[in-house]
Design a binder for this molecule. Structure first.
Ligand code: CTP
Length: 407
């Protein structure tokens, strides 16, 4: 274990959830490794886990009482809440398909699942199951959903399984799990001191005082970006139009309605930010003359006259300082890379995130997207499916890289 990792784990409060898989033997070693690194480890076992190993084993290894019951526990009347509040991190190793399914479905019917539901800390799953269960579309979907919600996973290499088959589903090695725990606990303050403006959601362009034109953006991408930037130490100015998600904790929220309002907010805040990430789905057109009151129904066809909105990002690209980093988004359904690269040049951007919202398993309201992050050099770039949370991580890695290069 590296010194850095040791320092991260020292005095940290870790709940180790143990579920019923033969990989439980690795959980014994994990308990010892965490304890040796100075972590305070409390083990929670499911009923199936207690069929494979006795709680006394984990009590000896962790040096703490082992919790197995939601009711009548020696740990008090609310062990799930108490442990959730206590924990700096929860790691579930081994994590069966069953526990993943329960958490993904919001089922809380035993101590471990209620504890995870009550948790505000990072939760890391180390899945362990037979390849057939691993490959089951329901398991795949559950893992996709959980990743999208910010749960972390550490996966093992494909290999020999206790059932005698070869394949995926093997639990990660203990060293990999310890590293994943270290990653989840270590703050990455590489955006510390930066002010980052993130636009999110969709604009609404009034037709009259009742109706508007808008689009299907959910705001999830902007949310994932704001969470990641905050986690890495940035001060976030979150300019949001209408959205299906609530802004994250700890950001400065600027609420806007129309593209015009978003333009005013973005151009007003631009001089004080180091980075602008324009993730909002801004309407390209707006009704030319929004009407007062409510337009009355008529049997005659109705024409709506639309005029283009100002391109906020292009305006920001004209006014930007050289030390700022500007990131745009591009929704493209064909020739994605070339079209996005053209936008990057035209709008004077450093990076553009291109995504195809109509590809299967991608786009509006989903937790995953088919996307690529481009700079001026697009050689070898291609779209791939990625969780919005991972896309946010990669994007800020690139932003950090650009700033480092500039010195
Ligand atoms: N954008 C903007 N102001 C607008 C429209 C879009 O700032 N009035 C921003 C978006 O937030 C996004 C990028 O510009 O970062 C999208 O570029 P755009 O040229 O509008 O492309 P798309 O909408 O993706 O596609 P199209 O080429 O069909 O317009």
């Amino acid at each position: 274990m590296s010194d850095d990792l040791g320092a991260v784990l020292k005095d940290r409060k870790i709940v180790l959830g143990v579920t019923g898989s033969v990989a439980i033997f690795k959980a014994c070693e994990l308990t010892g490794r965490l304890r040796r690194a100075g972590a305070d480890v409390r083990v929670v076992m499911t009923l199936s886990a207690t069929r494979l190993a006795l709680p006394d084993l984990f009590r000896s290894l962790s040096g703490n009482e082992v919790a197995t019951e939601l009711f009548g526990s020696s740990l008090g009347s609310n062990p799930h809440v108490d442990l959730a509040v206590w924990a700096d991190l929860i790691v579930v190793a081994p994590a069966t398909a069953n526990v993943l399914g329960k958490v993904a479905a919001g089922i809380a019917d035993d101590l471990l699942s209620t504890l995870i539901m009550a948790a505000r800390s990072a939760v890391v799953f180390a899945p362990a199951m037979n390849t057939r269960m691993w490959e089951n579309p329901v398991t795949r979907e559950n893992m996709r959903k959980l990743r999208g919600l910010g749960y972390r996973f550490v996966e093992g290499e494909a290999g020999w399984l206790a059932c005698g088959e070869e394949g995926k589903g093997r639990m990660a090695e203990v060293s990999g799990i310890v590293e994943a725990i270290g990653d989840a606990l270590a703050p990455e303050p590489d955006l510390d001191g930066l002010t980052i403006m993130i636009t999110a959601g969709r604009t609404e362009e009034p037709i009259d005082e009742v109706r508007y034109l808008s689009n299907r953006s959910s705001g999830k991408t902007g949310l994932a970006l704001a969470r990641e930037a905050t986690r890495r130490g940035a001060s976030v100015v979150y300019v949001t139009g209408a959205s299906s998600v609530v802004p994250p904790q700890g950001v400065e929220v600027v609420n806007v309605g129309s593209a015009e309002e978003m333009k005013e907010a973005v151009l007003r805040e631009l001089p004080r930010v180091d980075v602008l990430v324009m993730a909002a789905a801004v309407a390209d057109y707006r009704p030319s003359e929004p009407l007062r009151g409510k337009i009355k129904k008529s049997v005659e066809p109705m024409n709506l006259s639309l005029v283009p909105t100002d391109d906020i990002l292009a305006l920001a690209g004209e006014r930007r300082r050289d030390d700022q980093v500007l990131v745009g988004f591009a929704l493209e359904t064909q020739g994605e890379i070339d079209a996005a690269a053209a936008k990057l040049r035209k709008k004077n951007l450093d990076l553009v995130v291109v995504n195809n919202p109509v590809a299967p398993d991608s786009g509006f309201g989903k937790d995953e997207v088919r996307a690529a992050i481009l700079d001026a050099d697009t050689a070898g770039a291609e779209l791939r499916r990625v969780a919005k949370s991972d896309l946010a991580k990669e994007l800020f890695d690139r932003v950090v890289g650009i700033r480092r290069k500039r010195g």
